[in-house]
Design a protein around this ligand. Structure first.
Ligand SMILES: [Zn+2]
Length: 341
């Protein structure tokens, strides 16, 4: 009898051990949240949050925070996928991959999810120019300000705020070592890459085609999901000394137009509230001839935030807080568009 009990005990113990061993154990670093920890190990936040909380009940702090130095169990991908996703090609849309947070740079790499207002939405963000093409270049004292660097900084800030609201985001143009930059003068470089990891093509048409191909491939992978594309530029045609922002969409894209109008409305109310003395003129119109508007599959908004050669715009764009405000406002417009879908 005693032997039998011992045997039973051994059997039970080894089963438990087996159960625990099927989960990967990881140690939280200082500053880690659930999102960063899951992402670091290739797990999607929205798909794995619940099982992560369940597995680690005892080691979760206030507001779902983690304790640095503690060991956490990671949900296994296979069980999660099997439980949540029907085995079809379209199930890919439910398992978004999103972007690598290291692109935000050290200071901003820790992205905490504030809410899930954009859960289920997929955004392709394409900052204008890049690689061998700086776009418009303005003289600012002894410095040169390149459009592609300023468009990139607003775009990557936008990527981060969209993620904070639970969106899946792809940066189509990426600079592996710039991160989000708080400097006034953003130095010009040519090392940007095209998603996923291609050298930016020489020649304007080749470059736009490369960008479009990356977006359309991802669009097919996310088939069935709500998907939108934004292109951000800072070389508008306007030469006036007002704040002029242009929102372009395809003439046949009601959804592109709807998002353009939502962002424009947000800008109008924000400028009224925060800069009542500035004249803001937003303009929503169709411009179907623009390459990325014409050839990308998701509904697209092409935004000209100003012109980097214009004095007033230079003074606005060299301030990091202004670049952040623009990103936040675009995000607010995007949220209102998504809510009214
Ligand atoms: Zn441009």
């Amino acid at each position: 009898m005693k032997t039998y009990l011992t045997l039973l005990f051994l059997l039970v113990t080894s089963l438990t051990t087996y159960g625990q061993d099927s989960y990967l154990k990881v140690v939280a670093k200082k500053g880690d949240g659930i999102y960063t920890l899951l992402r670091r190990h290739g797990l999607d936040f929205s798909n794995h949050l619940n099982s992560f909380l369940e597995l680690n009940q005892k080691n979760i702090g206030k507001d779902n925070s983690l304790f640095a130095g503690k060991t956490y169990l990671l949900p296994s991908v296979s069980s999660e996928t099997a439980a949540n996703a029907p085995a079809t090609a379209t199930s890919k849309a439910a398992v978004p991959k999103g972007m690598d947070v290291s692109l935000f740079g050290k200071k901003y790499a820790n992205v905490e999810i504030k809410d899930q207002q954009l859960k289920g939405a997929v955004y392709y963000l394409s900052s204008g120019h890049g690689g061998p093409d700086p776009g418009a270049v303005g003289k600012y004292g002894s410095y040169q300000l390149a459009e592609d660097e300023y468009a990139y900084d607003v775009t990557i800030r936008l990527a981060r705020v969209l993620m904070e609201h639970g969106a899946t985001v792809y940066m189509i143009v990426q600079d592996p070592n710039d991160g989000i930059r708080d400097e006034n003068v953003l130095l010009m470089d040519t090392d940007e890459i095209n998603y996923p990891n291609e050298k930016v093509a020489h020649g304007q048409t080749a470059r736009l085609r490369q960008r479009t191909r990356a977006i359309n491939n991802l669009y097919a992978q996310h088939k069935g999901a709500y998907q939108r594309m934004l292109a951000i530029h800072v070389d508008s045609r306007s030469k006036s000394q007002n704040i002029d922002v242009f929102f372009y969409h395809h003439e046949n894209s009601a959804l592109g137009q709807k998002m353009a109008e939502a962002i424009h409305q947000t800008f109008t109310s924000k400028y009224k509230r925060y800069q009542p003395n500035r004249d803001y003129f937003g303009n929503v119109s169709h411009r179907s001839s623009l390459y990325v508007i014409k050839y990308t599959h998701p509904p697209t908004v092409f935004i000209e935030l100003g012109n980097i050669r214009n004095d007033l715009d230079q003074r606005r764009f060299v301030i990091a807080n202004n670049r952040q405000a623009l990103a936040n406002w675009i995000c607010d417009g995007i949220i209102s568009d998504y809510k009214s879908r």
